[in-house]
Design a binder for this molecule. Sequence first.
Ligand SMILES: O=C(O)[C@H](O)[C@@H](O)[C@H](O)[C@H](O)COP(=O)(O)O
Length: 237
Amino acid sequence: MEIRISKTKEDLAEAFSIFFKSLVESDKTSNVAFSGGNSPRAIFDFLAENFGDEIDWRKVNIYWVDERCVHPGNDESNYKMTNDHLLSKIDIPKDNIFRMKGEDKPEKEAKRYSELLAKNLPQENGTPEFDLIVLGLGDDGHTASIFPESMELWNAEENCVVGNHPVSGQKRVTITGKVINAAQAVVFLVTGESKAEKVREITRHQGNYKDYPASHVNPDTPDFIWFLDEAAASELD
Ligand SMILES: O=C(O)[C@H](O)[C@@H](O)[C@H](O)[C@H](O)COP(=O)(O)O
């Protein structure tokens, strides 16, 4: 695991964009899964506006780590956020975008997406292998849409399952721990002081870190990187 600390969120956006560009600049097509939430917004804007024309998006397939079970036009939708801040600003073929259909029945969509990943991606011991998975970190230590209250989902046999937000009860489709840990590269994008305590506990194995799904992200790859701004890294000595 590597920790890269940037002074500001903008510097983090640049560091991630340089990493992303170098990763997808290979001869083969890259299969990438993005998380949602708020952290990626400014990072996707930076990537699109500063590197969008330098990347051959014909060689990038975009999937999602998770999706809220809402219509894609809903502001809660991770697809809508990604489209507003990235997809709508880059020249990427529509066939390269594999949206999780939050508007469909959650269990049906989790099954469909599980089968899609099994069909489209190379398999590592029967598990779909992404080239890159981009994760966020919740204040409670969740990642993807697997929360501390539903840790059993992390170890599910399926590639995708249905989770629930513990407070709102909102249903979400999410990939599971085995898919995350099978990826060739996994990065966390974490900004802000509110995440600093969990970042310390998880990366230093302190406090109740074992209770946090994000602590179970442990891919067998040198490309496992925490991109932090100074605020999120403020409790690291
Ligand atoms: O659907 C989601 O919300 C995300 O996939 C989720 O895992 C997110 O990455 C964390 O909750 C951090 O969210 P923020 O970036 O908004 O803090």
